[in-house]
Design a protein around this ligand. Structure first.
Ligand SMILES: Cc1ncc(COP(=O)(O)O)c(C=O)c1O
Length: 294
């Protein structure tokens, strides 16, 4: 059974004790108003975190990114302890399964409501089976995101780098990949830099160096990428954020897409040309990522 918890009131300034803010609701019945700005405008933010063996992963990292996304949208500061309690309660009330995911949604709330109040819910969902992608890898296409790589400083109102509810573009890119016979996407900037996937961070190995495109290019800071960097450091590999030209990908010794829940999916081809897959390193990295209990 799917478990859903409404968190309300959500503002960090509200004195209501955390217990009084969480309400377990039926996810199959209506919970959100048709006037909610998250529904009508995609005006809100979200997070998705993996749960492995009943343990919610990287909760602090996801909460801090939720807070940052909320700040970028000028949403009221959410009570992170109430959200954390909801995440843990969703996991505790869910049927024990090897892997699941928890989604946190935070919207600007009902339009013109007095007083204004954010809407927030936390829901546990099945994780799907990602074994095949973790092992065999994914084919990707490069798609132009249409912005130069310095867009976030030139036009911060575009909210690049925030995990907003407006993921229609990301979904459209994935459909375009499917039309081209590929599994996934790596966005490029209009001036030729490699960015990120619609739901993942790109990692590249060049010899003993592991690189990821710099988040200053308006990218979402990946929690999985951060944890993967910890793993690669234990393997004696150096890690850094860089500006990477799309032409450089052809020289990579390995590429991965990193994301919560799926973890590291090796890239086996880009626009039809083959990329080497390092099965051993990938399996070790995924074992590390799945085994995290921080
Ligand atoms: C645009 C984007 N980049 C990167 C990621 C990977 O982030 P994480 O590893 O924290 O799941 C996501 C996750 O959905 C994403 O949507």
């Amino acid at each position: 059974m799917t478990v859903c918890i409404l968190v309300s009131p959500l503002e960090a300034s509200d004195p209501t004790p955390t217990d009084g803010r969480l309400q377990v609701v039926d996810p199959g019945s209506p919970q959100v108003s048709v006037l909610d700005l998250g529904v009508t405008r995609g005006d809100g933010v979200f997070e998705v975190l993996g749960v492995v063996g009943g343990h919610a992963q990287a909760v602090d990292a996801h909460l801090s990114r939720l807070q940052n996304s909320a700040m970028m949208l000028d949403l009221p500061a959410p009570d992170l302890e109430a959200v954390r309690a909801a995440v843990l309660q969703v996991v505790a009330l869910s049927e024990p399964v090897p892997e699941m995911l928890v989604k946190i949604v935070l919207t600007r709330g009902v339009e013109d409501a007095e007083p204004a109040a954010a809407t927030c819910w936390v829901i546990g969902l099945p994780a799907g089976d990602h074994e095949e992608e973790r092992r065999r890898g994914v084919s990707v296409v490069l798609l132009d995101r249409g912005y130069p790589h310095d867009i976030s400083s030139r036009a911060p109102w575009l909210l690049t780098g925030a995990k907003t509810l407006s993921y229609a573009v990301n979904k459209a890119a994935l459909r375009e990949a499917a039309r081209r016979g590929a599994d996934d996407v790596v966005f490029t900037s209009s001036d030729g830099y490699v960015l990120e996937g619609p739901t993942s961070t790109l990692l590249a190995r060049f010899g003993t160096r592991i690189w990821t495109p710099a988040i200053a290019q308006g990218l979402l800071p990946g929690t999985t990428q951060a944890a993967a960097f910890e793993f690669f450091a234990t393997q004696g590999l150096s890690t850094s954020e860089v500006l990477l030209r799309s032409g450089q990908l052809a020289d990579a010794d390995a590429l991965w897409l990193a994301s919560s829940v799926r973890m590291l999916a090796p890239v086996r081809s880009v626009d039809g040309w083959e990329v080497p897959v390092d099965q051993e390193l990938t399996a070790a990295a995924n074992a590390f990522l799945l085994g995290r209990v921080e």
